[in-house]
Ligand binder design. Structure first.
Ligand SMILES: Nc1ncnc2c1ncn2[C@@H]1O[C@H](COP(=O)(O)OP(=O)(O)O)[C@@H](O)[C@H]1O
Ligand SMILES: [Mg+2]
Length: 225
């Protein structure tokens, strides 16, 4: 592992179920991502992509093998430390935007940090910058129901990057979008990668989306090809 490795997955095995009903989903999976890379994880449906992303993000801790983020093994961290680590270092983006319907754009973006106890006034400058980056300045007071799918996904991305994470983990972020909005999201990822140096690991089915990344990692039946 080099000093610049930000994600390291080593010999990871993961199964679901018990006893005579066990599904082995990840099979000795190993790969790593260097700081500043934009990597696409691709593979057939059911090959284990989402499972792997959840493990990397510390959302599921039940697995064998080791996963390190920025040199720290997440499987050795206490739950409390892992939660903080996750909040500080990782931004998640999912296929469904998971916005709170009765909060406007800026309150949705601020939600994770206000929950963490920060005041809205402290975050004003950062919020303005993120609204600019994601092209949402004009929509800051809009409600989610007034936005297109692509705009809602940009709100979800803005929310994911507000805490200045080092890594974005995205699971089929464009899976629910038409191709024009999908392209917008990929251009935004590219910009965040280029301008803010955020490392991005995205799961995608689309060759077109993958073409925005700097490298493709393929997974087949739970094993990195
Ligand atoms: N919570 C779960 N319980 C049981 N099986 C699961 C669970 N989550 C995923 N699986 C199984 O693991 C396999 C891989 O799923 P997933 O990681 O979602 O694949 P992908 O994202 O590549 O489509 C699938 O066969 C799926 O049915
Ligand atoms: Mg999936």
């Amino acid at each position: 592992m080099s000093n610049n490795t930000i994600i390291e997955v080593k010999n990871v095995n993961k199964s679901f179920g018990k006893k005579d009903n066990v599904t082995k989903v990840l099979n000795d999976a190993s790969f790593s991502v260097e700081r500043g890379e934009f990597v696409s994880l691709m593979g057939a449906s059911g090959s284990g992509k989402s499972t792997l992303l959840y493990l990397i993000g510390g959302l599921d801790r039940e697995f064998e093998g080791s996963i390190s983020l920025a040199g720290e093994e997440i499987n050795r961290m206490k739950e409390k430390k892992l939660s903080k680590f996750r909040l500080d270092k990782i931004g998640f983006v999912f296929q469904f935007y998971n916005l709170v319907q009765n909060l406007n754009v800026e309150d949705n973006i601020l939600l994770p940090l206000t929950v963490k106890g920060k005041k809205k006034s402290e975050l004003k400058k950062e919020l303005d910058e993120i609204l600019r980056l994601t092209g949402l300045t004009e929509k800051r007071k809009a409600m989610p129901s007034q936005l297109s799918g692509g705009q809602q996904q940009r709100v979800a991305i803005a929310r994911a990057i507000l805490g200045n994470p080092e890594i974005i983990l995205a699971d089929e972020a464009t899976g629910n979008l038409d191709s024009v909005s999908g392209t917008e999201i990929m251009e935004l990822f590219k910009k965040l990668n280029d301008e803010k140096g955020i490392t991005i690991l995205q799961v995608t089915h689309s060759e077109k989306c993958a073409s925005y990344s700097s490298r493709i990692v393929k997974i087949e039946n739970g094993h990195i090809a």
